[in-house]
Each structure stands twice: as C-alpha cells, then as structure tokens.
Write a protein that binds this ligand. Structure first.
Ligand SMILES: [Zn+2]
Length: 123
C-alpha cells in the first residue's frame, strides 16, 4: 500500500504544521508529487479526503501537482526532462533520451513534498 503510507505521511505533516501555526481550519493543501514516485494522484486525493475526516484538515482542498522527471546522464551529459508519459508503473525504467543509458542521476521528479498549506487562524 504505497499510496496509503504516502497519504498518511502527507497528512501527518499537514496536521503538525497547522497545529504549529494555531490553525482553526485548513483551507487548501498543495502537494508536489514527482512522476518517479509512481503514484496515482486521484488515489492520493481520495485517501487524503478519507484520512482527514476526523482531523483539523477535514474539508480542505487537496491540490496535487505532478513534477516531471529530469535526469542528468553521466554518459553523454544530457541534462533535462525525459518522456515520462509511457513510464511503466510496475517496473519503471528511465532511459536517457539521447544515448539510451539507464544509469542516470535523477535530479527531479522523485520526491513527494507538501508545498503549501493555506490555513485559517484565530484572531
Ligand atoms: Zn545519455
């Protein structure tokens, strides 16, 4: 249950941050998910809705932004984006678009981070 543990982690971070800031309500949460994380954004949104039910985050809008994969190829020195639309969710293989090398440094698109939280505070 990759998605479930990820949704739980996101929610925990949001709750901690909201409590630190004396939030009375959480309006919106923006989450960045790299395509290399291989997660279904719709599923994450659904899980966040369900898991937030009895928390301060209940009713918040979850916005998921997908971050494209970027690589740095040590063979041909290609740096940049790759075609990640056809990425196999079960066995992701990333190739250098220039030389086909598979041993790449992935420089972007492998993280899942809570980018922004919009809260309502007590006056
Ligand atoms: Zn290359």
């Amino acid at each position: 249950m990759h998605e479930l543990s990820m949704a739980e982690g996101i929610l925990k971070a949001v709750i901690e941050k909201s409590e630190d800031n004396n939030a009375t309500e959480v309006i919106e949460v923006v989450v960045e998910i790299g395509k290399m994380v291989l997660i279904n954004p719709e599923q994450i949104k659904f899980l966040l809705d369900v898991l937030s039910e009895d928390t301060i985050v209940k009713g918040a809008i979850f916005t998921i932004e997908e971050i494209p994969i970027e690589i740095d190829c040590p063979e041909c020195e290609y740096k940049g984006k790759i075609d990640d639309d056809e990425l196999d969710h079960y066995a992701p293989v990333v190739n250098c678009p220039k030389c086909g090398n598979k041993r790449l440094h992935i420089t972007n698109g492998k993280d899942c981070i809570v980018k922004n939280i919009i809260i309502e505070q007590e006056d």
